[in-house]
Design a protein around this ligand. Structure first.
Ligand code: NAP
Length: 248
Protein backbone atom coordinates (compact mmCIF):
# COMPACT_ATOMS: atom_id res chain seq x y z
CA UNK A 1 0.00 0.00 0.00
CA UNK A 2 1.10 3.58 -0.66
CA UNK A 3 0.54 6.17 2.07
CA UNK A 4 -1.54 8.88 0.37
CA UNK A 5 -3.23 10.27 3.47
CA UNK A 6 -3.84 14.01 3.19
CA UNK A 7 -3.59 14.02 -0.62
CA UNK A 8 -6.33 14.88 -3.09
CA UNK A 9 -6.58 13.01 -6.40
CA UNK A 10 -8.57 13.71 -9.55
CA UNK A 11 -8.98 10.74 -11.89
CA UNK A 12 -10.69 11.45 -15.20
CA UNK A 13 -13.11 8.81 -16.47
CA UNK A 14 -13.27 6.99 -13.14
CA UNK A 15 -16.89 5.84 -13.15
CA UNK A 16 -15.95 2.50 -14.74
CA UNK A 17 -13.10 0.20 -15.71
CA UNK A 18 -9.49 1.14 -15.02
CA UNK A 19 -10.40 4.60 -13.71
CA UNK A 20 -12.73 3.09 -11.14
CA UNK A 21 -9.99 0.73 -9.94
CA UNK A 22 -7.60 3.71 -9.71
CA UNK A 23 -9.91 5.87 -7.56
CA UNK A 24 -10.73 2.91 -5.34
CA UNK A 25 -7.04 2.13 -4.88
CA UNK A 26 -5.98 5.74 -4.25
CA UNK A 27 -8.86 6.13 -1.76
CA UNK A 28 -7.90 2.89 0.00
CA UNK A 29 -4.38 4.30 0.28
CA UNK A 30 -5.80 7.40 2.02
CA UNK A 31 -6.35 10.01 -0.72
CA UNK A 32 -9.60 11.96 -1.07
CA UNK A 33 -10.73 11.39 -4.66
CA UNK A 34 -12.79 13.11 -7.36
CA UNK A 35 -14.67 10.55 -9.46
CA UNK A 36 -15.16 12.03 -12.91
CA UNK A 37 -17.71 10.73 -15.40
CA UNK A 38 -19.03 11.89 -18.74
CA UNK A 39 -22.43 10.28 -19.28
CA UNK A 40 -23.18 7.82 -16.49
CA UNK A 41 -23.75 9.70 -13.24
CA UNK A 42 -25.32 6.59 -11.67
CA UNK A 43 -22.09 4.62 -12.18
CA UNK A 44 -20.04 7.43 -10.62
CA UNK A 45 -22.40 7.68 -7.63
CA UNK A 46 -22.04 3.92 -7.14
CA UNK A 47 -18.24 4.31 -7.04
CA UNK A 48 -18.54 7.16 -4.51
CA UNK A 49 -20.84 5.02 -2.33
CA UNK A 50 -18.39 2.08 -2.48
CA UNK A 51 -15.47 4.30 -1.46
CA UNK A 52 -17.43 5.97 1.34
CA UNK A 53 -18.65 2.55 2.48
CA UNK A 54 -15.01 1.50 2.84
CA UNK A 55 -14.29 4.58 4.97
CA UNK A 56 -12.83 6.80 2.23
CA UNK A 57 -13.65 10.28 0.91
CA UNK A 58 -14.99 10.77 -2.63
CA UNK A 59 -17.10 13.13 -4.70
CA UNK A 60 -18.58 12.61 -8.18
CA UNK A 61 -18.07 15.37 -10.74
CA UNK A 62 -19.53 15.21 -14.25
CA UNK A 63 -17.47 16.78 -17.04
CA UNK A 64 -16.59 16.05 -20.66
CA UNK A 65 -12.81 16.32 -20.43
CA UNK A 66 -12.47 17.06 -24.15
CA UNK A 67 -14.28 20.38 -23.58
CA UNK A 68 -12.06 23.23 -22.36
CA UNK A 69 -14.64 24.87 -20.11
CA UNK A 70 -15.74 21.56 -18.57
CA UNK A 71 -12.14 20.46 -17.97
CA UNK A 72 -11.32 23.71 -16.17
CA UNK A 73 -14.48 23.41 -14.09
CA UNK A 74 -13.59 19.81 -13.18
CA UNK A 75 -10.23 20.93 -11.79
CA UNK A 76 -11.67 23.93 -9.90
CA UNK A 77 -14.59 21.91 -8.45
CA UNK A 78 -12.15 19.23 -7.27
CA UNK A 79 -10.15 21.87 -5.42
CA UNK A 80 -13.28 23.48 -3.97
CA UNK A 81 -14.98 20.25 -2.88
CA UNK A 82 -11.90 18.41 -1.59
CA UNK A 83 -9.73 21.32 -0.44
CA UNK A 84 -6.78 20.97 -2.85
CA UNK A 85 -5.28 18.91 -5.63
CA UNK A 86 -2.09 16.83 -5.50
CA UNK A 87 -2.51 13.91 -7.92
CA UNK A 88 -3.94 14.19 -11.44
CA UNK A 89 -4.60 10.99 -13.39
CA UNK A 90 -5.58 11.45 -17.03
CA UNK A 91 -7.43 8.20 -17.65
CA UNK A 92 -10.58 9.03 -19.66
CA UNK A 93 -10.43 7.41 -23.07
CA UNK A 94 -12.44 5.98 -25.92
CA UNK A 95 -11.82 3.84 -28.99
CA UNK A 96 -13.25 4.17 -32.50
CA UNK A 97 -11.31 1.33 -34.15
CA UNK A 98 -11.22 1.07 -37.93
CA UNK A 99 -8.66 0.39 -40.64
CA UNK A 100 -7.27 3.67 -41.92
CA UNK A 101 -8.86 3.32 -45.35
CA UNK A 102 -12.29 3.25 -43.69
CA UNK A 103 -11.65 5.61 -40.77
CA UNK A 104 -13.88 8.68 -40.79
CA UNK A 105 -12.63 12.14 -39.91
CA UNK A 106 -15.21 12.15 -37.09
CA UNK A 107 -13.68 8.99 -35.57
CA UNK A 108 -10.20 10.49 -35.82
CA UNK A 109 -11.32 13.73 -34.18
CA UNK A 110 -13.34 12.07 -31.39
CA UNK A 111 -10.42 9.89 -30.29
CA UNK A 112 -7.81 12.66 -30.50
CA UNK A 113 -10.06 15.09 -28.61
CA UNK A 114 -11.07 12.71 -25.84
CA UNK A 115 -7.78 10.87 -25.39
CA UNK A 116 -5.16 13.57 -26.09
CA UNK A 117 -6.60 17.08 -26.11
CA UNK A 118 -8.17 16.32 -22.71
CA UNK A 119 -4.71 15.72 -21.26
CA UNK A 120 -3.60 19.18 -22.42
CA UNK A 121 -6.77 20.79 -21.05
CA UNK A 122 -6.70 19.08 -17.64
CA UNK A 123 -2.96 19.59 -17.15
CA UNK A 124 -3.15 23.23 -18.16
CA UNK A 125 -6.00 23.82 -15.71
CA UNK A 126 -4.13 22.04 -12.89
CA UNK A 127 -0.53 23.07 -13.43
CA UNK A 128 -0.51 26.59 -11.96
CA UNK A 129 -1.80 25.35 -8.61
CA UNK A 130 0.68 22.46 -8.54
CA UNK A 131 3.55 24.84 -9.38
CA UNK A 132 2.48 27.22 -6.64
CA UNK A 133 2.48 24.43 -4.05
CA UNK A 134 5.78 23.09 -5.47
CA UNK A 135 4.58 19.49 -5.51
CA UNK A 136 2.34 17.25 -7.52
CA UNK A 137 1.95 14.05 -9.45
CA UNK A 138 0.61 13.79 -12.99
CA UNK A 139 0.02 10.29 -14.32
CA UNK A 140 -1.20 9.72 -17.87
CA UNK A 141 -2.81 6.44 -18.88
CA UNK A 142 -1.39 5.71 -22.31
CA UNK A 143 -1.36 2.25 -23.95
CA UNK A 144 1.03 -0.27 -25.44
CA UNK A 145 -0.72 0.63 -28.72
CA UNK A 146 0.93 4.04 -28.45
CA UNK A 147 4.36 2.39 -28.29
CA UNK A 148 4.02 -0.66 -30.55
CA UNK A 149 1.16 0.47 -32.83
CA UNK A 150 -1.89 -1.70 -33.53
CA UNK A 151 -3.68 -2.38 -36.81
CA UNK A 152 -7.11 -0.74 -36.78
CA UNK A 153 -6.09 1.80 -34.14
CA UNK A 154 -4.23 4.54 -36.04
CA UNK A 155 -6.30 7.22 -34.26
CA UNK A 156 -6.02 5.61 -30.81
CA UNK A 157 -2.30 4.78 -31.17
CA UNK A 158 -1.56 8.32 -32.38
CA UNK A 159 -3.35 9.78 -29.34
CA UNK A 160 -1.62 7.38 -26.95
CA UNK A 161 1.81 8.07 -28.50
CA UNK A 162 1.01 11.77 -28.25
CA UNK A 163 0.41 11.35 -24.52
CA UNK A 164 3.91 9.94 -24.17
CA UNK A 165 5.54 12.91 -25.92
CA UNK A 166 3.40 15.23 -23.82
CA UNK A 167 4.43 13.38 -20.63
CA UNK A 168 8.14 13.58 -21.40
CA UNK A 169 7.93 17.27 -22.34
CA UNK A 170 5.90 18.38 -19.34
CA UNK A 171 8.20 16.38 -17.04
CA UNK A 172 11.07 18.57 -18.28
CA UNK A 173 9.05 21.77 -17.80
CA UNK A 174 7.93 21.23 -14.22
CA UNK A 175 10.54 19.00 -12.58
CA UNK A 176 12.23 21.94 -10.92
CA UNK A 177 8.92 22.65 -9.12
CA UNK A 178 8.80 19.22 -7.52
CA UNK A 179 6.14 17.91 -9.90
CA UNK A 180 6.59 14.50 -11.54
CA UNK A 181 4.89 13.52 -14.80
CA UNK A 182 4.79 9.87 -15.82
CA UNK A 183 2.75 7.57 -18.04
CA UNK A 184 1.44 4.05 -17.59
CA UNK A 185 1.04 1.92 -20.71
CA UNK A 186 -1.38 -0.95 -20.08
CA UNK A 187 -1.68 -3.97 -22.34
CA UNK A 188 -5.14 -5.50 -22.85
CA UNK A 189 -7.19 -5.03 -19.67
CA UNK A 190 -10.57 -6.58 -18.90
CA UNK A 191 -12.99 -3.63 -19.14
CA UNK A 192 -15.92 -2.51 -21.33
CA UNK A 193 -13.38 -0.96 -23.71
CA UNK A 194 -12.37 -4.36 -25.09
CA UNK A 195 -15.95 -5.70 -25.38
CA UNK A 196 -15.85 -5.42 -29.17
CA UNK A 197 -12.63 -7.43 -29.52
CA UNK A 198 -13.25 -11.02 -30.67
CA UNK A 199 -12.60 -13.95 -28.32
CA UNK A 200 -10.18 -15.35 -30.91
CA UNK A 201 -8.05 -12.19 -30.82
CA UNK A 202 -8.13 -12.07 -27.01
CA UNK A 203 -7.05 -15.75 -26.90
CA UNK A 204 -4.13 -14.94 -29.18
CA UNK A 205 -3.19 -12.00 -26.90
CA UNK A 206 -3.21 -14.38 -23.92
CA UNK A 207 -1.00 -16.74 -25.93
CA UNK A 208 1.51 -13.94 -26.63
CA UNK A 209 1.53 -12.79 -23.00
CA UNK A 210 4.23 -14.43 -20.86
CA UNK A 211 2.03 -14.14 -17.77
CA UNK A 212 -0.76 -15.92 -19.69
CA UNK A 213 -3.72 -13.67 -18.88
CA UNK A 214 -5.23 -10.29 -19.66
CA UNK A 215 -4.67 -7.44 -17.22
CA UNK A 216 -7.12 -6.56 -14.48
CA UNK A 217 -8.00 -2.94 -13.69
CA UNK A 218 -6.37 -3.43 -10.26
CA UNK A 219 -3.05 -4.27 -11.96
CA UNK A 220 -3.01 -0.81 -13.55
CA UNK A 221 -4.23 0.89 -10.36
CA UNK A 222 -1.28 -0.58 -8.43
CA UNK A 223 1.20 1.03 -10.85
CA UNK A 224 -0.62 4.37 -10.56
CA UNK A 225 -0.57 4.18 -6.75
CA UNK A 226 3.19 3.58 -6.87
CA UNK A 227 3.79 6.56 -9.20
CA UNK A 228 1.59 8.72 -6.94
CA UNK A 229 3.50 7.71 -3.82
CA UNK A 230 6.62 9.12 -2.21
CA UNK A 231 8.43 5.92 -3.30
CA UNK A 232 8.39 7.25 -6.89
CA UNK A 233 9.63 10.74 -6.05
CA UNK A 234 12.80 10.36 -8.18
CA UNK A 235 10.95 9.10 -11.29
CA UNK A 236 9.71 11.49 -13.95
CA UNK A 237 9.19 11.43 -17.72
CA UNK A 238 8.87 7.63 -17.64
CA UNK A 239 6.51 5.21 -19.33
CA UNK A 240 5.71 2.17 -17.22
CA UNK A 241 4.42 -0.79 -19.25
CA UNK A 242 1.94 -2.94 -17.34
CA UNK A 243 1.21 -5.65 -19.88
CA UNK A 244 2.04 -9.08 -18.48
CA UNK A 245 5.16 -9.08 -20.65
CA UNK A 246 3.10 -8.82 -23.90
CA UNK A 247 5.58 -6.42 -25.48
CA UNK A 248 8.73 -8.44 -24.80
P1 NAP B 1 -13.90 2.12 -20.09
O1 NAP B 1 -14.18 0.93 -19.25
O2 NAP B 1 -14.58 2.26 -21.42
O3 NAP B 1 -14.18 3.45 -19.21
C1 NAP B 1 -13.98 4.69 -19.79
C2 NAP B 1 -14.19 5.78 -18.75
O4 NAP B 1 -13.89 7.04 -19.36
C3 NAP B 1 -15.62 5.86 -18.24
O5 NAP B 1 -15.60 6.22 -16.88
C4 NAP B 1 -16.21 7.00 -19.08
O6 NAP B 1 -17.28 7.70 -18.42
C5 NAP B 1 -15.00 7.91 -19.21
N1 NAP B 1 -15.05 8.84 -20.33
C6 NAP B 1 -15.16 8.57 -21.65
N2 NAP B 1 -15.19 9.70 -22.37
C7 NAP B 1 -15.10 10.73 -21.47
C8 NAP B 1 -15.10 12.14 -21.58
N3 NAP B 1 -15.17 12.75 -22.76
N4 NAP B 1 -15.01 12.87 -20.44
C9 NAP B 1 -14.93 12.28 -19.23
N5 NAP B 1 -14.93 10.94 -19.06
C10 NAP B 1 -15.02 10.18 -20.17
O7 NAP B 1 -12.34 2.24 -20.44
P2 NAP B 1 -11.06 1.58 -19.70
O8 NAP B 1 -10.74 0.31 -20.36
O9 NAP B 1 -11.24 1.61 -18.24
O10 NAP B 1 -9.93 2.61 -20.16
C11 NAP B 1 -9.41 3.61 -19.30
C12 NAP B 1 -8.15 4.18 -19.94
O11 NAP B 1 -7.19 3.12 -20.07
C13 NAP B 1 -8.35 4.75 -21.34
O12 NAP B 1 -7.57 5.89 -21.52
C14 NAP B 1 -7.86 3.63 -22.23
O13 NAP B 1 -7.44 4.10 -23.48
C15 NAP B 1 -6.73 3.08 -21.40
N6 NAP B 1 -6.36 1.72 -21.76
C16 NAP B 1 -7.26 0.70 -21.68
C17 NAP B 1 -6.87 -0.58 -22.05
C18 NAP B 1 -7.82 -1.76 -21.99
O14 NAP B 1 -7.47 -2.82 -22.52
N7 NAP B 1 -8.98 -1.65 -21.36
C19 NAP B 1 -5.57 -0.82 -22.51
C20 NAP B 1 -4.68 0.24 -22.58
C21 NAP B 1 -5.09 1.51 -22.20
P3 NAP B 1 -18.84 7.45 -18.83
O15 NAP B 1 -19.15 6.03 -18.51
O16 NAP B 1 -19.61 8.43 -18.01
O17 NAP B 1 -18.92 7.71 -20.32
Amino acid sequence: MADLRGRVALVTGSSRGIGRAIVERLAADGAAVAVNYHARSDAAEEVVAAIEGAGGTAVAIGADVSDAEAAARLVSETREQLGGLDIVVNNAGITRDQLLMRMSEADWDAVLQTNLKSVFLICQAAIKGLMRQRSGRIINISSVSGIDGNAGQANYAAAKAGMIGFTRSLAREVGSRGITVNAVAPGFVETDLINDISDALLDSVRGMTPLGRLGLPADIAAAVAFLASDDASYMTGQVLRVDGGFGH
